[in-house]
Design a protein around this ligand. Structure first.
Ligand code: UDP
Length: 253
């Protein structure tokens, strides 16, 4: 049987297959919050705001051994071309939950029993990769708030478009490309020091060897993202000061 040729040999955006979109990050964007950050990648923007730790009400939800981390993710109504109905939906609840799981693997709230730390993530502009941009912003906002963290996390979307493995899918690649083998989207989150996977989701089809390759691509991209996150935190905390929440040695490889 003749092998079908790859229909996605050049990215629509002109980027190299393993190239991430231009990134910017800034901490302290909401001065009234305990911690805040913005993370942008291409046209995708995520703002994260942290409040807490503060006593959790109602009391029956408190954990006497540990503080509770609570994440709320939402896209703004005009963040995409088709207006999004305000308020929670199945997708936003799923993303809030998986973000909570990813961040919980590094956040240590054992010194704050019966409290809650709230993380609000808002997406003012979306061009795919909003959950990973949200996680990058949230990790920075938590560190900025002085919440104890064992290490940082960095997140990226990788995947397969027809037969090509790609890094940092945009909306065209994520949702609009349907030719050949179509589009497979794999958001991944890596911890900064131990290089553990804190989150992996997979939407589509991929072979095991290709999947292994995407893990390596994601790891490399997360190294680049970590540099941007730490630089932003350093700028706000001063050259010699570790971000309040994260031990510096926890982030240098
Ligand atoms: N999107 C949209 N309308 C929606 C949800 C998503 O236009 O109601 C777009 C948006 O650009 C988003 C992209 O589709 O970033 C991919 O969404 P997905 O659910 O894969 O999550 P994401 O990649 O943003 O984490």
């Amino acid at each position: 049987m003749a092998v079908k040729k790859n229909l996605y040999t050049k990215r629509e955006s002109g980027r190299a297959m393993d190239e991430v979109r231009p990134m910017t990050a800034k901490v302290g964007v909401v001065p009234s919050a305990d911690g805040s950050a913005i993370f942008e990648t291409g046209k995708t923007k995520a703002i994260a705001v942290v409040r807490g730790p503060r006593t959790l009400h109602p009391q029956h939800m408190q954990n006497p051994k540990n503080g509770v981390l609570r994440v709320n993710y939402g896209m703004m109504p005009f963040s995409v071309e088709d207006r999004i109905r305000p308020g929670p939906n199945r997708r936003s609840e799923e993303i809030s939950k998986v973000t909570e799981w990813a961040l919980s693997s590094v956040v240590d709230l054992s010194e704050f029993p019966n409290t809650v730390v709230d993380v609000f993530i808002q997406i003012p502009q979306a061009d795919a990769g909003t959950r990973v941009a949200g996680i990058n912003a949230a990790a920075m906002a938590l560190a900025h708030a002085g919440i104890p963290m064992k290490e940082m996390v960095s997140a990226i979307g990788v995947g397969k478009i027809d037969k090509s493995l790609v890094v940092d899918l945009d909306k065209y690649e994520d949702s609009l490309f349907h030719d050949g083998e179509g589009s497979t989207d794999i958001p991944m989150v890596f911890t900064s020091r131990t290089k553990n996977l804190a989150l992996l989701q997979l939407d589509g089809k991929i072979s095991i060897p290709e999947f292994k390759e995407t893990i390596e691509l994601a790891k490399k991209a997360c190294e680049k993202i970590l540099v941007v996150q730490m630089e932003a935190l350093k700028n706000v905390n001063g050259e010699n000061g570790a971000p309040k929440g994260v031990p510096l040695e926890g982030n240098n490889g």
